[in-house]
Write a protein that binds this ligand. Sequence first.
Ligand SMILES: *Cc1c(COP(=O)(O)O)cnc(C)c1O
Length: 234
Amino acid sequence: MLRGSQNLPRRLQAVRERIAAAADRANRSVSEITLLAVTKAQPVDTLRAVADLQVRDFGESYLNEAMTKLDALATLPLTWHFVGRLQANKTRSIAEHFHWVHGLDRLHIAERLSAQRPFHAPPLQVCIQVNLAEEASKGGVPPAELAEFARAVAGLPRLRLRGLMCLPPVESEPARQRVWFARLRTLRDTLNEQGGRLDTLSMGMSADFEGAILEGATVVRIGSALFGPRPARA
Ligand SMILES: *Cc1c(COP(=O)(O)O)cnc(C)c1O
């Protein structure tokens, strides 16, 4: 098994080439697509190695683990994305230390993040998670409630609503997977027709990022394709 940062340059190059090829197929500029390295469960040395290879965007899911890494890499010009489940008792640290939050789906959490965002920092950039298939096991706003929720979030002074995020059901067929991504894009377009200004679609992971790019992803969140299978979480 490939572990640690040993094979990182090769894996990263392969992912970058696949992103470029998918962008090309979609007639999109590769510069519109951000590679977000999801580094949960990876040691700080691996993050350092990724940063040395010119990756600037890092995604973390567990706050305590993330804070150790943010501290260790504080001198590097990195952009930190919180991609995990949001809990009310963790919002202050997230508001103080992260640049982006991807899984926003409850108004009281959004209000806390806005209230707790330090005044010297720019507004916290957020994506609303949409539960496209209304799966009980997953977070996210049901599509029918999205417009009202987006309006409420857009009204919070210290948040900047950038877009939508999804974790769609796993599909074995790429064509089926693309249907979900297309649905998220349509929801974003509808919000923009109603006066929204959402420029971000955070969709696609290691198994399906090419289909997501074909449907308009602007952020792909990639873990195992860069780092190999994650060790089980204790
Ligand atoms: C872990 C995780 C990823 C990365 O998943 P891979 O399949 O390893 O690429 C992406 N998004 C979220 C929200 C995650 O929790």
